[in-house]
Design a protein around this ligand. Structure first.
Ligand SMILES: Cc1cc2nc3c(=O)[nH]c(=O)nc-3n(C[C@H](O)[C@H](O)[C@H](O)COP(=O)(O)OP(=O)(O)OC[C@H]3O[C@@H](n4cnc5c(N)ncnc54)[C@H](O)[C@@H]3O)c2cc1C
Length: 376
């Protein structure tokens, strides 16, 4: 019987590739994608300390990063991690290259109107037509009762070519706090292409009920960074991107009958960072493992309740007091290597590592935030 993947974005294509590469599983798969948010328009950065099934889609890799926090610019090693970029177009090409020759994968253009569970399966309505499926993997409709939004990550980026060689092509800037923190906690992110070309992004955390920063304000912050901080000279804008990510530290219910949510509706976007690429890869691998070992896709690792509480506390603290974001990042990334902080953000840290990382953070402020979280 058929398996339907609703949405052919990051999570849908990742799952398709993982299913295609699993030789012990050979059912028909239909990936339904309406083209409303094409992956070709996006690129995903992430850090990884192990190889991945889809590594052939990686277009650049870095072994160090820069940060500017607490008034200091530093270059940090990544230890066992590498920071990498996957362009959506490459990703899509690699996935199709893996799946299409098998003859049991169909990439269908269509709009998913709705998904309902039925006896022993589920029904997906695609452009008004029902498609019956044994399992449905849903990255577009999501659960009926999603967890509340804890904050929003608002980013606006410009790929620029500038007059002076101000970018370090060997090291992305993960965060640079030389931007106003008055309206909201914010930093600049720089993904270099060459000494004179980079994606420069203004990123802000906004409380769920607070007004969003205007596009003009974020463009002004980008211009001020290029002019007054980097002294980049004349600047040509090659490409623009921007989005508002809804951040939630709550746990999304994932199973509805034969339907499993994947991707963003399944809580794959890390609430304190907005990254999801590596989490989606790990989740795809776990779903396929469950299908093969148990005959269903629901035997998935539990989420780390402790790390969810940390995410919720961070978002609570920084949206109440914008200065705390820089303080938190300064503490987490204070060593010569970013590896401990990245391990923590990957939710693979021990309590011992966490207590070392949290030293220097205002413990009382965070404990109050945890208390508020536990009362809700
Ligand atoms: C601009 C931007 C940049 C980001 N950069 C990064 C990054 O660098 N690193 C990182 O880790 N994360 C990043 N993220 C966050 C996150 O990783 C991405 O949003 C990721 O694409 C989420 O994967 P997904 O499968 O949930 O959603 P998507 O990749 O958006 O996939 C959903 C797909 O479903 C399609 N679709 C929607 N509705 C329907 C429907 N009704 N019927 C059929 N198809 C439908 C859409 O066209 C889309 O292709 C970024 C997000 C954005 C918006």
């Amino acid at each position: 019987m058929t398996v339907v993947i609703a949405g052919g974005g990051l999570s849908g294509l990742s799952l398709a590739a993982h299913l295609a590469l699993e030789t012990r599983w050979n059912e028909q798969v239909v990936v339904v994608e309406d083209g409303s948010h094409p992956v070709e328009a996006i690129a995903w950065s992430s850090w990884a300390d192990r190889s991945n099934l889809l590594d052939t889609a990686v277009s650049s890799r870095f072994d160090r990063v820069r940060v500017h926090v607490g008034g200091r610019s530093r270059t940090l090693s990544l230890g066992r991690f590498r920071y990498q970029v996957v362009r959506g177009a490459d990703f899509s090409r690699v996935v199709r290259h893996i799946a299409e020759p098998l003859g049991r994968f169909e990439f269908r253009h269509g709009h998913v109107d709705g998904i309902t569970t039925s006896d022993g399966g589920a029904r997906v309505v695609v452009d008004g037509e029902p498609v019956e499926a044994r399992w449905v993997f849903d990255s577009v409709v999501g659960p009926l009762d999603p967890p509340p939004v804890d904050a929003r990550l608002v980013f606006r980026g410009r790929r620029v070519r500038v007059e002076r060689p101000v970018f370090d092509p060997e090291a992305p800037t993960l965060f640079d706090f030389r931007t106003s923190q008055v309206c909201c906690p914010a930093f600049l992110y720089v993904l270099p292409v060459s000494p004179t070309e980079a994606l420069v992004e203004h990123t802000a955390f906004i409380a769920p009920d607070a007004p969003l920063p205007g596009v003009d304000a974020q463009h002004a912050a980008l211009a001020a960074y290029l002019d007054d901080v980097l002294h980049a000279g004349r600047c040509e804008v090659v490409h623009e991107e921007g989005s508002v990510l809804r951040l939630t530290a709550g746990t999304a219910p994932r199973r509805r009958g034969s339907v499993l949510t994947i991707g963003t509706p399944a809580g794959m976007v890390k609430a304190s960072t907005g990254y999801s690429y590596q989490r989606v890869q790990r989740d795809s691998a776990a779903v396929v493992r469950s299908l093969v070992e148990h005959g269903h896709p629901f035997d998935l690792p539990a989420v780390s309740a402790r790390h969810r509480v940390f995410d919720a506390a961070l978002l609570d603290v920084v949206t109440r007091d914008p200065r705390q974001l820089e303080r938190a990042f300064a503490a987490l990334f204070r060593g010569p290597s970013a590896e401990p902080a990245l391990r923590f953000l990957d939710e693979r840290s021990s309590i011992g590592l966490e207590s070392r990382l949290f030293a220097g953070m205002p413990v009382g402020t965070y404990l109050k935030a945890v208390g508020r979280r536990l009362r809700t």
